[in-house]
Design a protein around this ligand. Structure first.
Ligand code: PL4
Length: 392
């Protein structure tokens, strides 16, 4: 028999979201007629709009013809898609050779760690998307620094108190807190990374939810970012592609290891060795997302989820909850002082039949919080706020 990889033993028994599912099923076995509302997992629910759906359909249909059939594509992704990504998101900042198309940000996060090995030290915000830590543990990383990010420091770590690490994971707009970093904060982060010769892995999966024109949507809007940052983007929450699977990474030419070797070259090698390119159908859909018609459609979709967030936020504020996020992000971060987050999770489930995500699942700084995701259908959001109102 093969020996179990000892690194697997370092993980919590269950990843956060399957654990929530277990608790949901336990609740339903006791309350089989309950109509549960999910404000838990950050998964989109609205259909993909028609122009984009048509491009996906056409992409599939082409495969049924001799003239249109394509097999394996470039591991780096369709040049047309890489080009339109640079034009839409990084005009004059990034070259399309620096963009790598993938099957999603989560998958990129897993593969990226192959570049740095297990001896690397990492820093993560606390609370944070659990994949940065769990993925690192699977790769054998043991040197992990947690950077407290809470209402008291405006969700931006006090960098003076943070020791140097090789990598810094940073997510903005943030999952779970919904905080979007300001230009000034990103300038500080970049200066910190430069001083310490650290590489920032900047997860911008929710960048399209930023509505405030003063907030940067990409780290490359900040001077000096090309020398220190890898950015990850996703079609998941931007276009309802959570099941289609499509994302990208940006690795600028100037970004090197400490021996001066370009990280981009190794990233190309990893892409072509342990990844075989994103689905050609998904990439056809991705091109449509970023064309004029597609951009109009996704703007409506994003507005819909942001309006959900606004409804939740305003009602809960009115009811006296302490709320953060939900303005430039699809997540609300709600504080329940003095109460454990799993306790609050169970309360919401038992009293209101609403599924949330307990803050502790994102790190110890999340202990007295719940995360509420705004990705439900509008009728469920309205029903949720109705249930939260005390009966008079
Ligand atoms: C549940 C900060 C959701 N099973 O779809 P992807 O791979 O392009 O993006 C995944 C992703 C990347 N970065 C951030 C994210 O928040 C997510 C998705 N997170 C959530 O509720 O926190 C879905 C989680 C899914 C998972 O574990 O990713």
């Amino acid at each position: 028999m093969a020996v179990r990889n000892p690194r697997m033993k370092k993980l919590e028994t269950n990843y956060l979201f399957p654990e929530i599912n277990l608790r949901k099923h336990d609740f339903l076995s006791r309350n089989p007629h309950a109509q549960l509302i999910s404000l838990g997992i950050g998964d989109t629910t609205e259909p993909i709009p028609p122009y984009i759906t048509q491009a996906l359909t056409d992409g599939a249909s082409r495969l049924g013809t001799r003239a249109g059939y394509t097999g394996y594509g470039s591991e780096q992704g369709l040049p047309a898609l890489r080009k339109i990504i640079t034009e839409q998101f990084y005009p004059n900042r990034i070259n399309h050779d620096e963009v790598f198309i993938s099957d999603g940000t989560k998958c990129d996060l897993g593969r990226l760690q192959a570049l740095f090995g297990s001896d690397v030290s990492i820093a993560v915000q606390n609370p944070t998307y659990p994949v940065y830590v769990d993925g690192s543990l699977i790769h054998g990383v043991s040197n992990i620094v947690y950077m407290p990010s809470n209402p008291e420091n405006n969700f931006f770590p006090d960098l003076e108190k943070i020791p140097r690490t090789d990598l810094i994971y940073f997510c903005s707009p943030n999952n779970p807190t919904g905080a979007a970093a300001t230009k000034n904060q990103l300038e500080k982060l970049i200066a910190f990374a430069k001083t310490n010769h650290s590489v920032i892995i900047y997860d911008a999966a929710y960048a399209n939810y930023i509505k405030d024109p003063l907030l940067p949507k990409s780290i490359y809007e900040i001077e000096g970012a090309r020398e220190v940052a890898i950015e990850l983007g996703s079609f998941s929450k931007m276009a309802g592609f959570t099941g289609v699977r499509l994302g990208w990474s940006v690795v600028p030419d100037e970004l090197t290891y400490d021996d001066g070797f370009p990280i981009r070259k190794d990233w190309g090698r990893v892409h072509s060795t342990i990844f075989n390119g994103a689905s050609n159908i998904a990439q056809a859909g991705g091109c449509a997302v970023l064309e004029e018609e597609g951009l109009k459609e996704i703007a409506v979709l994003i507005e819909y989820y942001l309006e959900n967030a606004k409804i939740l936020r305003s009602t809960m504020e009115e009811l006296g909850y302490e709320i953060y996020g939900g303005i430039n992000a699809p997540f609300l971060w709600v504080r329940f002082s003095g109460k454990s987050s799993w306790h609050s999770f169970q309360d919401f489930l038992d009293k209101y039949h609403i599924i949330t995500t307990p803050g502790l699942g994102f790190g110890v700084e999340g202990e007295h919080f719940l995360r509420l995701a705004a990705f439900s259908h509008r009728e469920n959001i309205l029903l949720a706020v109705k249930r939260l109102r005390p009966i008079r």
